[in-house]
Design a protein around this ligand. Sequence first.
Ligand SMILES: *Cc1c(COP(=O)(O)O)cnc(C)c1O
Length: 360
Amino acid sequence: MTRVYNFSAGPAALPEPVLRQAAEEMLDWQGAGMSVMEMSHRGPEFMSIHAQAQADLRRLLAIPANYKVLFMQGGAIAENAIVPMNMMRGHAGADYIDTGAWSQRSIAEARKYGRINVAASSADTQYTTIPPRERWQLDPQAAYVHICSNETIGGVQYHWTPGVGDVPLVADVSSDILSRPLDVSKYGLLYGGAQKNIGPAGLTIVIVREDLLGKAHPLTPDAFNYALQAEADSMLNTPPTYAIYVAGLVFQWLQAQGGLAAMAERNRAKAALLYDYLDSTAFYRAPVAPDCRSLMNVPFKLHDPALDAAFLKGAEAAGLKQLKGHRIVGGMRASIYNAMPVEGVQALVAYMKDFEQRHG
Ligand SMILES: *Cc1c(COP(=O)(O)O)cnc(C)c1O
């Protein structure tokens, strides 16, 4: 068996010890005589897996007691609609910050539910920056202010938490949740799909302040109603049981790594290896402004796009997979989430240096 270094933006690499444990427990979870996939979600075995996963996530992120953790389905794209359905009522609209492809997707969906004010945009820099807070034109009556903490496609990331007064701050954290400590109390709501930095696709994590519950639009489907899901402990419908189980293993793996402060340290070091090299040569180029660069998704370009195909072919042969950039930005993208070991980034940089020597 050969495991490659998988730089996919998502679904993405998982920690190998987690996959091993899941494999060991596949046919018989801890003496239950069945796989987690085969268990009733209301049985004592799965209820314990569910409760443990929730408790571990709370501990990792130090989630305050007045926040609910919901395990939902539909991914971040469903949340783009679920957030306004649950939060817009009684307000004329909401503020959104446009930092690239994923915030635009959120904006387009939210427009179906109310008046959306794009309070700031980094379109003027081709989405290579985060608009500075002093340029945001916020509406104090807005239902909430929405940001995307890490633009998975463009590779820009907030390295600061915006202050937005009494209006709840909502963040799509799909691609950087659990990559670093986060002050949950600064947010009204956080959401993200699991398949980037947590676990398998199918699980969506929502962390919501309790006082924001109970205001959903009457046509909100019950399965997407935060208050009803919170009341039912995310069991209003059948939750994505196996994805929750694997996410729970990832939470335990993160604890064993030293928690989120230790992960942040490792992620900073990994990203620095790659960005330092990119900045040291004219052969490659990292388009994002240095103070806004994502530590999770590193887009880069070869100076000559005619070499892209050869670069990717050689990378594949070297066991460095899924480096092709998103079609809307082109070039390359290395996603280096928690599960990517430093050795993977070292192998990538060594390959890039070698490729430069042969084609520079
Ligand atoms: C991947 C991603 C999405 C889309 O997630 P789905 O699970 O496909 O709905 C939305 N926002 C961000 C920031 C992402 O990285």
